[in-house]
Design a protein around this ligand. Sequence first.
Ligand SMILES: [Zn+2]
Length: 417
Amino acid sequence: MALNPKRTVAELKELRELTSDEHGAQRVAWTDTWVRAREWFYGKLAGLPVEQHLDAAGNNWVTLAGRSKKTLLLGGHLDSVPNGGWLDGSLGVLASLEILRRFADGYDGTPPATVRLVDWADEEGARFGRSLFGSSAFAGTASIEADRGRTDREGVRLEDALRRCGVEVERIGEAGRERAGAAAYLELHIEQGPVLEGLGLPLATVLGTKGVERHAVTFLGQEAHSGSTPMGVRRDALAAAAKLALEIRPIAARHKDAVATMGSVKTFPGIVTAVVGRCEATLDQRDLDAGVLAAMHREAREASERFAREERCTVEWSRIWSIEPVPFDAELIGMARAAVREVTGADGPSLPSGPLHDAAEVSRAGVPTVMLFVQSLGGISHNKIEDTKEEYIELSVAALDRLAEKAANWIGGRGGE
Ligand SMILES: [Zn+2]
């Protein structure tokens, strides 16, 4: 069976038809619609010479045995956010399926390396707030102690929702067994940003996922009456925060691909007749380089202290969350670039990913990893208007196939077991 990227587009539309309503995709992990999406997917495996099972964390594995027991992993996620798009995650799964079919048909049924498709469980964390659930269990970075107490908006416990889907939280660590033999991981995903559209290009090689420094930044001044307090003696916490909000842009700009966002600002007492005595802001800074991330964090901190002094306030920082940058594998990056060149006739760009992906967890587990991005129209995702030109979807399947071919030979050529 030759590679048929048009079939991937048709199957993505079939899945959309089955699991969306007028507000978008509803394949939220651990819900009936998600289970229905997976059952539909199982139907697609009929007639293929593959083994299929769910691991202890609910990840779905489909294995095509090859000459080497070393395995090439191809992945994505069928789960979506509520009111999500038709491509986020599902493109990776269905493109991988098409490539699995092509491998099953070539090589007299025995590819140079064992090829495994994985549909990760609960990438989005939309219901319980725990993103990368299945891939972190695979990687051995998940701690169920931190997640056990989680509930959804209706008060349903994570533990109970998972049990309905055949997953026991006590045992999710056993998903780490699937790491045996894993020699490379490839993931195709929509970009979810505007860079490729801005360049007028369909495909990019992903260099890694950016690290994140996420902090609460609280400025403390003095509440005072808005009528009786002269401007010159005010200690306005919002004025200091506002200066920082403007300063994070030039700080990030000094570091090329870095981004910084002040996403939340709360003022106290928060009434129209009082100078702000306390301002609680959040700062989220991201970059692919750990050194750059550290420098950017330091610069923002110094700036905040300067602005606090200027406004006769004080400032306090506390870390909300952080994750280190995850650079992808240099050899696989080279193969991904070559694959993009072969299907488009030109070099594509290489970009870091701002959003986290399952690929970051797989890479943290020590499996050589790379991703491909395909252009997102308007840079929009997590929304029903999420879209990509069909011709670009087809190109992306072809590029993943070229990349999988190179990676399978690379693995198979590195000596048997
Ligand atoms: Zn995704």
